[in-house]
Design a protein around this ligand. Sequence first.
Ligand SMILES: Cc1cc2nc3c(=O)[nH]c(=O)nc-3n(C[C@H](O)[C@H](O)[C@H](O)COP(=O)(O)O)c2cc1C
Length: 195
Amino acid sequence: MSAVPTLLKSISSRRTIYALKPELPAGVSIDEIKEITESILKHTPSAFNSQPNKVLILTGAAHKKVWEQVVEAIPTDDGKKRPQSAADEAYGTIVFLTDDSVTKSLQENFPAWAAAFPDFAVTSNGALQISTWTALSQLTGFGAHLQHYNFLKGFLGDKIGENFTVQAQLVFGAKAAEAGEKTFKENSISVIDTL
Ligand SMILES: Cc1cc2nc3c(=O)[nH]c(=O)nc-3n(C[C@H](O)[C@H](O)[C@H](O)COP(=O)(O)O)c2cc1C
């Protein structure tokens, strides 16, 4: 089979799954998740090949403790629901970070582009997030949802240095239900060859 339909199927099959179980899909190990994520981290493009991305994977007591602290930090009952579900119903969390010292060094070395480097770091991290979500959905069959409780960096203790910024969290586990229907806006592409 051509790789093209397989790749497009992977992209369209990646969905937000909130209904998770605190276990891995049958036959999947955390080592596999780590290895796949490391490969994507390695190959994700970045400005000037600066590789500012970093990933941590939280499981077990660390996952639970971090999300319980997020719950505690949120004042409203409604606001607590999503992080509480991450603490109770998910197996783990892939935390995506950027190394700000890489951005700072690029700014010093290439001053003409200085203003663009923070956005470039976030762009590269976004590519990493979506590639990881897509690949792990396809290769492991896990369910996951993307969150932005970026202040949870404060709950990671000495596991990550001061110079890192948390960009997003992919909360994952075995699927308890499939994704709902998704609507799409009309968004055709114009191919322009003359202006
Ligand atoms: C940049 C970005 C930020 C997102 N932030 C959140 C978020 O903070 N919380 C959340 O529950 N979902 C978040 N999502 C998931 C989107 O809501 C979801 O991807 C979108 O509704 C399309 O659904 P799908 O993922 O099933 O295709 C985010 C997605 C992206 C790409």
